[in-house]
Design a binder for this molecule. Sequence first.
Ligand code: ATP
Ligand code: MG
Length: 452
Amino acid sequence: MNRNDYTSYESNAYPDLALNIITRQEHNISRKQISDNALKVLYRLVGAGFNAYLVGGGVRDLLLGQIPKDFDIATNATPEQIKQLFRNCRLIGRRFRLAHIMFGRDIIEVATFRGHHQTPAKNVSAQSKEGMLLRDNVYGTIDEDAERRDFTINAMYYSISDYNIHDYAGGNEDLEDRLIRLIGDPETRYREDPVRMLRAIRFACKLDFDIEEDTAEPIERLAPLLQDIPSARLYEESLKLLQSGNGLETYHLMREYNLFQQLFPLLAEHFTEDYSSHTEQMLDIVLDSTDLRIEEGKRINPAFMFAAMLWYPMVSLAEKLVEERKLSYYDAVMEASNIVIDQQVKTISIPRRHTATIREIWQLQLRLPRRNGKRASRLMELNKFRAGYDFLEMRGEIEGGEIEELANWWETFQNASREKKQEMVTEMGGSSKPSYRRRKTYRNKKKSKSAE
Ligand code: ATP
Ligand code: MG
């Protein structure tokens, strides 16, 4: 989906773009590959006398023979004109007004061409002192619109009138060379919108492209500019980066460019030269398994991923609290959970429903060792049991020893017959020896804490 967040402003960062037309004989896009809803919107706009093009990821992915995630449309109709044409239309966006045409759950995003800013602009554009664009509400022509887009491969327009592709920035050549190249002067374009640095990495991994040299050069240096981006936008972006099927590779590339460190400063504290810390091992495991689940068409839950990523930083803080403040382990974990989540949401605003799940998954790690009596069966009935167990298994892979044994026990238990389950619980005895080294503290504490 086209975010309503990209920005532009009058600067000499933009070259004069030369239009290259790729005729229908020269490309492989056919109307059949475009969704019916997108076609409807294109035809209605053209029927009403406007120009309308498919643009962005839709064109790019089709040219690469891939299935686009969504179809974005660009037009010379203003948002108000679009609204008059479609009953199912909502106008959204503050920085740049966009039209959403709703077809049930499918939303087609239609953007009016953006233009150069006249100076002095009538308060339609605004820029921060770092060069970042705050507002951008000037409409323009198609070639101006092309200059405002981020990468050359994202600035190709497919015309529904003659089936030609209008390539303004040499995108087709870069597609052939498999290159991510910013349009215009890279540093200026990153300063305007630092999220473009993340997008460069995302597309490089998704498409298996290289980042062109000049486009790559400023990233490491400018990475800290991401600190100025609203946490809500970074949350959305982080999901696109890590939960789109190439999470593992994307994390590694982000890390090379000093970008991951900006989004997850708490994890960065645990980064080592040889990628060997528990935090780093967990990142590899959880991102790899997320990628695999996506490949298998299974559901993925952002809360699980964040819980796994932040677990070891949380544990190391809890251990510090035990040491320094003489807290019980249970209390320390509760406190450390609060601190770690509070800090993380400052950069990436993980929604509350997810932070609640993160806590549940963490708390289950304290409960899963306690399996005697009826506890094991009761634990299995918990909503988040599966997530808690899956996570325990990942920890077992990293930590080995007791945790691995515990994960194995649970695996057997879940698949066991009723008799076998009984046996397993009995075997542990009423006063089973602590199989979790923190158990004692936790138990003592629990007596005074009935609400678990
Ligand atoms: P995908 O949808 O597969 O993630 P996409 O290229 O379609 O990729 P969107 O976020 O849907 O990405 O944006 C649609 C188009 O809008 C892009 O192709 C690009 O032309 C333009 N665009 C999006 N974000 C920016 C940005 N931050 N700066 C400049 N142009 C942008
Ligand atoms: Mg898109």
